[in-house]
Write a protein that binds this ligand. Sequence first.
Ligand code: DAH
Length: 355
Amino acid sequence: MSEFEKKILEFKEKIKVVKNLPELNKINSEIFGKNGIINLEFKKLGSLSPDERKNFAASINSSKKELTEFFSKKSTEILDKEIIEKVNKEKIDITLPEKDFKIGKVHPVSQVIDEISCIFSEIGFSVEEGPDVENEYNNFTALNTPENHPAKDMHDTFYLDQDMKTLLRTHTSPVQVRTMLKGSPPFKIIAPGRTYRSDSDQTHTPMFHQLEGLHIDKDINMGHLKGCLNYFIKEFFEVEKIKMRFRPSHFPFTEPSAEVDIGYRIENNKIIIGEGDKWLEILGCGMVHPNVLKNCKLDPNKFQGFAFGIGIDRLAMLKYGINDLRSFFECDYRWLNHYGFDPLDVPTNYRGLSR
Ligand code: DAH
């Protein structure tokens, strides 16, 4: 047996009794390192004849392979053992109370979206979603918006390309178009989501939230719209009676169109919704324009219905007494802690929305 073979055997014996990884790594460098036995053995090749070299190299390589396998087996064995020991040692008492426990809060906008979804689901509306990045057709053209309409101006709309074909949706109304194009009537949906306009002051932020409503069927009329909104506003503000008025207005996608105001008064610096002689505009609505129905492959002689668009942030400000819209999007933990909601208090129709 050569010196090299003897050493290999010795190393195998050493590896067998190793107990931890540092020890194993030390042996590793004694074998495979720059001055390890394998390299030293390879250095002898230079003094051998070509024929001898072949056999000699083959035998070193086979020893090297054997040792490598031996090594990796041992290292897996040690690692497995260490993991099992660690798992057996580590015990977590899950009944212990957490020390620095901070409970997260639900943002008022999310809360209001949940509340509104609850209210409309009670009368048969389902929730739809559309993308924030929209095409010009769904956002404007299909909604009967004329080419020269001011809303299409660069001042109001964030376009995402030179051709002004892709944009950040300026309202949630394109979800009407998407819903009607992909399904068949009747449609009874609400679509909450983010919307974008180039605008910023105390009551406007470049990103804000809207909720679109759409009900299309045979024989739907303005009376249904009025009943639906009256029910919604009463439920939302959690009041018995609500003073509400429809004011004639104009939107390209509805005919006739109206804006809805609700009555309020200020008492001890607090706003009381539903009573009083002041009026506050809260939404736009109307009967869906026949051109919109045609663009969505519906026959206006067979189907008709109403649509409405509500500013969600505005409703949240009113209901929860928040007076600067910008604070909604500042991600200030103290603000959220004050105005946010308990995540376990999910709004429901039977248990109550906000209390
Ligand atoms: N899309 C309108 C806006 O952003 C709101 C609106 C008004 C939506 C009337 C409607 C509607 O569906 O019928 O100002």
